[in-house]
Structures are given as C-alpha cells and as structure tokens.
Design a binder for this molecule. Structure first.
Ligand SMILES: *[C@@H]1O[C@H](CO)[C@@H](O)[C@H](O)[C@H]1NC(C)=O
Ligand SMILES: [Fe+2]
Length: 449
C-alpha cells in the first residue's frame, strides 16, 4: 500500500518541498522574464564514461594543517577506499585507506562514496594520486604555508553553460583554494544531478581543494526519509568539521596560510544557545591573529543585500551573530544566494564602521534560475558596487596587512575584471585592535552613511 502511494505521488511532494523551502524561486524567475541581460543557459548533464570500478566525481578538501581528503564515487560497491600518492607521476610511495558511505533517496541509490585522508603533505607541492587502486591518475597542488595565497570565490554554482564558463575563467589563472558559499548542484532532489555536478567539477575540484558551505538548494528535506535534509550534501561534500570542534558538517572552520576561514550554516540553527552559535563563539575566541592575521567568514544568505531578491532572509542571523564577528574583527564576509555581485563598505549594525567586516555577495556562479536583476532604489551608500552578471571573485592575500579583491564578470568567452579593491587586515589596524568594545568605535563612525 505504502509503495503504491509513493509511486503515484512521485513528483508531488518533491515540488511541494522545494517551493515550501524556497518560494522565492518562483518569484525571482518571473521577475527576470522581461530582461535580456545574461539569460540563464541550459543545464549541462555530464555523463559517466568510465568503468564501474573507476573513480568518478573526484574532489579534494583540506583537512587540518597538512592533510587532504580525497572524495570519489564508484558504482562498484567492492571498490576499496584507498588512495595511492606521491610527488612523481605514476610513482606512488604512500598509500592511505579511508572510509565510505552511501545513501538512498526515493528510488535513487547512490554509488559507493569514498572519503580518504592523505598526508602529511608538503606545502606548495604537486602530488599525483590514484583512487581505489586503478583507473586514471589525478594530481593536485597543496596550498602554500605562508602568504601570498589566492582564493577563488564563487557561490550558487549550479551546472549550466554559465557554470562551465565560470569554472574555465577561474581555472585560466592559478589559484590555491576554491571557496563556495552554498548552493552547489541545484539538483533540487533529483539525485542524478548531484552525480552530474560531481563529474562537471572534477577537472577543477580534483586539482585544488574545494571548501564549501551549504545553501538552501542543498537542503532537500523529504518526509519521512530525510527529515533533516542535507543527505546528499553531507554524504558527498564532507568537510573538516570534526577537526574544528564542530559537531556538524554544516559549519566548521580551517586555517590555511595565515588565514582563518569560518564556514557558517544559514540553514541550521543559529540562535544564541544553539550549538552553532556556541561553536562560533569558541572558534573566534581561539583565533590567534599573529598566526592567522586574516579572518574570513562564508555563509549563504547575505546579511547585507540591496537586491530585491531574498530581501531580509539573512536578517535574523545577522541580528544574532553580527556582534560576534564584529568583536572578533572579522575582515570579510562572503555570501551567495542572491544571483548577482555586490560589494559593500565595512559595516556594523547597518552603519559604515571602519572596524566591521567588508560584505561581499558572490552568488553569480551560473545557476539555472538566472540572475537577480532588480535593486532597491535609491542605492544605499553602504553598497559600493552592484551588478547582476555571472562571474567569480578572487582574493589574493599578499601579506599580513594587504589583500587584493577582484571580481571577474563572464563576458561570454572572456572574463573581464570589473571591480577591484585593496583591503587591509583589521588585525594590524591599531584603532580597531585597541577598541574592542563596540561602544568605543561608534564615536568615529560616520553616521551619515
Ligand atoms: C604588503 O603588501 C603590500 C602590497 O604589495 C605592500 O605595499 C606592503 O609593503 C606589504 N607589507 C609588508 C609588511 O610586506
Ligand atoms: Fe540560494
């Protein structure tokens, strides 16, 4: 009886769940219909063309100071979770065995998802590796242990032809670590699209570590089997949460080359007594700005946003957590969700504040829904640059005091640098380090902004 009912209503609860979680999907699309600028492009379905035991959807992520987690999927459930690696092509002098998982979702059964931690690894070094004892060889470069370091930052990536251009543009210049503030595959419950996404990004994500946090499209709550959601996301995109004292894959932090990066979860509890809030408080308390002069935060739903899309969706989280970031002198906050690019000044509590973080919305990776084209008018003076185009950002941290941010718009085949700014770390600002009390800074805040 149960089986028959499920089969008959196959798409109904799926759609209902999707629209309940993000009704704005419908609104944004209808708003965009009148515009011709960078319309959405079709989904690319990346086919599986290897044998059952060959690794597919290979991607890597940083774990601790000098380890890398290699993740891949095999159709063959007998394939071992081993990674062989070394610094010479075809010569593997080290080997590690990892763990594996799998999941079901409606009628879909995932392949065997392998997670294998390798290391210790040397910084700024190319390693060659092979997964499961056979199949193609891959390689990656480890990030440097000191500045300079370059991050590619792209949210709301999806798997359209725009996604493919964005990834090609990111790849056209070297970088060290890929940061993704949520909304990965836009599978929206269609699990084979997670596999397709994994294959699309493999050429990039197998060569540089990809560090991600979750977006609303990654939730995929399904009653009764997946009441908590995130089944595909957590199974496939395991991040180093345990290493950072977090109890959830939905928020964590890591250090790389003098930078402390905090990945927050917009779609898991964040109220003052919540595990995430308490974890964030203790994580920030442990930051040593002498070791990591730069502190970055990534999350999905922006706290500051002058686009009409998703207005106010990050507001409760902002009101709850903004003070923690401000007191800790976080340098930059990246968000996604709004399918456009926007850069703000330094802000605290809706006012320009020289000791607050710079806020950047970078939800322009190439999702299938199209761009968020309408902005609130008149423009807020807090918003310094806003543009609804697909593209990606790059943060090059040169040393403990200086970083260079650039935003690269997708102009068809080319990437065009459209916005740049030099940033100075708050860790070396005497004014901000000496006035940790929030009241003290209000005296020199320009309240007219
Ligand atoms: C950091 O880099 C900036 C930009 O290149 C440079 O002007 C500055 O002198 C550097 N600071 C240190 C301490 O090297
Ligand atoms: Fe989103």
């Amino acid at each position: 009886m149960k089986k028959i009912m499920r089969a008959r209503v196959f798409h109904f609860p799926l759609l209902l769940t999707i629209f309940m979680i993000f009704p704005q999907v419908l609104l944004v699309q209808s708003e965009n219909d009148d515009f011709s600028r960078q319309p959405p492009r079709p989904i690319i379905r990346t086919q599986h063309d290897r044998s059952d035991s060959d690794p597919q959807q290979v991607h890597i992520s940083l774990v601790g100071r000098d380890h890398m987690r290699v993740t891949w999927i095999t159709d063959d459930k007998q394939a071992p979770s081993i990674v062989e690696y070394g610094t010479e092509k075809g010569k593997y002098d080290a080997k590690a065995r990892g763990e594996h998982t799998e999941y079901t979702y409606f009628k879909y059964s995932s392949g065997k998802i392998h997670h294998t931690k390798i290391g210790p690894l040397e910084p700024s070094t190319t390693y060659f590796y092979r997964c499961g004892g056979s199949g193609p060889e891959f390689s990656f470069k480890t990030p440097p242990s000191t500045f300079p370091i370059e991050f590619a930052v792209v949210g709301d990536l999806g798997q359209t032809e725009w996604t493919a251009s964005t990834l090609a543009h990111v790849d056209s210049e070297d970088y060290d670590v890929f940061l993704l503030p949520g909304d990965l595959s836009y599978a929206n419950g269609q699990q084979p699209l997670w596999d397709s996404f994994g294959r699309l990004v493999e050429p990039y994500a197998s060569r540089r570590p990809w560090m991600v946090t979750e977006g609303n499209h990654d939730i995929e709550i399904m009653i009764p089997d997946h009441p908590q959601g995130f089944t595909a996301y957590n199974s496939r995109w395991l991040m180093p949460y345990e290493e950072s004292g977090s109890k959830s894959n939905l928020y964590y932090s890591f250090d790389v080359a003098g930078t402390h990066i905090i990945m927050l979860g917009s779609y898991t509890k964040f109220y003052v007594e919540s595990p995430q809030y308490k974890w964030l408080e203790s994580d920030l308390a442990q930051v040593n700005r002498k070791k990591t002069p730069w502190v970055l935060v990534l999350l999905h739903a922006p706290w500051y946003n002058t686009n009409t899309a998703h207005q106010g969706e990050g507001e409760i989280m902002r009101q709850t957590m903004e003070k923690l970031l401000y007191k800790a002198r976080v340098d930059l906050v990246f968000a996604g969700h709004v399918h456009a690019y926007e850069r703000f000044t330094r802000i605290y509590r809706n006012k320009h504040n020289p000791c607050g973080p710079v806020y950047i919305t970078i939800g322009d990776g190439g999702n299938r829904e199209g761009l968020a084209l309408e902005y609130l008018e008149p423009a807020s003076p807090l918003s310094l640059y806003r543009e609804p185009s697909f593209g990606h950002g790059r943060l090059r941290i040169l040393n403990e005091t200086h970083a260079y941010w650039s935003w690269h718009r997708n102009n068809d085949a080319d990437a065009l640098v459209a916005d740049t700014v030099w940033l100075e770390s708050l860790s070396t600002s005497k004014t901000c380090q000496n006035t940790v009390d929030e009241e003290a800074t209000t005296s020199f805040v320009n309240n007219e902004l």
